[in-house]
Every structure is written in structure tokens, then in C-alpha cells.
Design a protein around this ligand. Structure first.
Ligand SMILES: C[S@@+](CC[C@H](N)C(=O)[O-])C[C@H]1O[C@@H](n2cnc3c(N)ncnc32)[C@H](O)[C@@H]1O
Length: 247
């Protein structure tokens, strides 16, 4: 077994992410939403949990300066390859969000695609405080939240994924449990390519809107607002709630 760290993206999960959601693949209009917000703002944008650059590369192409951070060296490796492939440049750092350090100050910090829900609840205060320390005065943070509206404990989904180079990756997605008290779901993802096997234990946390607003207020954040489904009123069900708040 190559890797079974909690919520960690190893080489096979990072590869599948890149192949299924390459740079520029918008999820429910998120790239358009962030592009529109960020072209109106100056300064450097920190993308916290940059992944393969699905969001970062199109933002860079619009002239938005991105500092990319991720704690998966496999993901960051793919990000670097995508920078070369798309002829773009950005600074990047391999680090965890709760204790990364740089002298840079960011005008904006973004965490699209529910990455915040991957953070262990016990770490979110450290992450938010660390974000605050790295923001300019009146700097702004955008966090996307997702909710387990369609999670069904016991569901198993198995399928084969064929990569661009014809490699076959077998994927098994097991929805194990939902914990209503502690507000988290647990899924196990298993990736197999020939003799290579990778298990990704995957916990996603969710937060009530008032609950999260109170956390932000306690930490001294202000001008807290929420946006539903990237302002797309055609999507009726709640899919993504973006929290926007300032230092
Ligand atoms: C769902 S992907 C999103 C990637 C990208 N932001 C996007 O919109 O496509 C989440 C990313 O966050 C990274 N990540 C998760 N927890 C992290 C942490 N504690 N510190 C740094 N990066 C983290 C993962 O390695 C992964 O690349």
C-alpha cells in the first residue's frame, strides 16, 4: 500500500483528479465566479490547496497573480507540470495550511471546491488564524463549503478509469458512515493500477451557517457574507455555499 494518510492525495488519486478535472474544468461555474471576483482585486491571491491547478491556471491566464500551496507533494508535482504545459508561472509551496509561513501578505485567500471541508475540525482555528496573519489589512477570504446532501452510508461505487496514456485505474468508492453529531462523513477511496494500490481515507466535515459565522466573529473577522451556488439561480438545490469575509 503506497499511502493511507488521512485525506492525503497520493500519486493515483492526484492523477485521477488531474485527468477528470484538468485545468479550466469549471465546477458549477466556480472558475467564472472566482475570475469575476478576483479581476476586481489587486495583490497576490493565495490558493489554499491548489491541487492540479484546475482553478489556478485559468486565473493565471487572466493575469491574476497566484501563490499556490498544497500539502501533497504528488499534487504539487502535477501543478508544476501543468504550469509548464500551459506556459504559466506562479510561486508554490509544499506545506500544511495550519502552519505554513511566508513573508508575503495576500490581498485575497481562496479555497474553492470544498477543500476547507477536508480540514480536521480541530485544526480549523489554527488554519483561520494563520490565514489572518498572512492577509493584508482588509484582505478578504473566500471559502467554499459543501454539504453531504446525497451521502448514503453503505453505498459502494466501483468503476474503471482509463487515463490518457491508456493506463487502467480501478476505483472503489465506499461511503462508510455519516456522523450527525460531529458533522462529518467518512468515505474510503481505493485506487489500483496493476500492482500499485492506494487507499485514501476521506473525511469531510460540514458546518452550520450560523455556527461558522460565530467562529469567524470570535476570530475577529468582519463583513461576513455567503453566496449560494456561485450566484447561479438556475441551480435550485444548495450545492456550494461560499463564505466571504474580511480581516
Ligand atoms: C478538492 S482538492 C481542490 C483542488 C483545487 N483547489 C481545485 O479547486 O480544483 C483539495 C486540495 O487541497 C489540498 N489539501 C487538503 N488538505 C490540506 C492541508 N491541510 N494543507 C494543504 N493542502 C491541503 C489537497 O492536497 C488537494 O490538492
Amino acid at each position: 500500500m503506497e499511502n493511507n494518510k488521512k485525506n492525503y492525495y497520493g500519486s493515483l488519486s492526484a492523477l485521477v483528479c488531474d485527468q477528470t478535472k484538468p485545468p479550466g474544468a469549471s465546477i458549477d461555474g466556480d472558475i467564472e465566479f472566482y475570475t469575476n471576483e478576483l479581476i476586481q482585486r489587486d495583490g497576490i491571491v493565495l490558493e489554499a490547496g491548489v491541487g492540479n491547478g484546475r482553478m489556478a491556471i485559468p486565473l493565471l491566464r487572466k493575469g491574476i497573480e497566484i501563490f499556490a500551496l498544497d500539502n501533497s507533494k504528488e499534487m504539487l508535482e502535477i501543478y508544476k507540470q501543468n504550469l509548464i504545459k500551459y506556459n504559466m508561472h506562479s510561486e508554490f509551496m509544499l506545506s500544511d495550511l495550519k502552519d505554513f509561513k511566508t513573508d508575503l501578505k495576500f490581498e485575497t485567500i481562496i479555497m474553492p471546491n470544498g477543500s476547507f471541508c477536508l480540514l480536521d475540525r480541530e485544526n480549523i482555528i489554527s488554519v483561520l488564524n494563520n490565514f489572518k496573519n498572512h492577509l493584508t489589512e482588509n484582505g478578504r477570504i473566500y471559502l467554499d463549503f459543501i454539504f453531504p446532501t446525497s451521502f448514503k452510508a453503505g453505498n459502494i461505487h466501483e468503476y474503471d478509469f482509463v487515463c490518457d496514456n491508456d493506463d487502467l485505474i480501478k476505483i472503489k468508492n465506499k461511503s462508510i458512515s455519516i456522523d450527525w453529531i460531529n458533522q462529518k462523513t467518512y468515505t474510503e477511496l481505493e485506487y489500483t493500477r496493476n500492482l500499485e494500490n492506494e487507499v485514501q481515507p476521506f473525511t469531510l466535515w460540514w458546518y452550520g451557517v450560523e455556527e461558522f459565522k460565530n467562529i469567524l466573529k470570535k476570530l475577529g473577522f468582519k463583513n461576513i457574507q455567503t453566496i449560494k451556488n456561485y450566484k447561479n439561480v438556475k441551480i435550485l438545490n444548495l450545492k456550494t455555499l461560499t463564505f466571504i469575509f474580511e480581516k
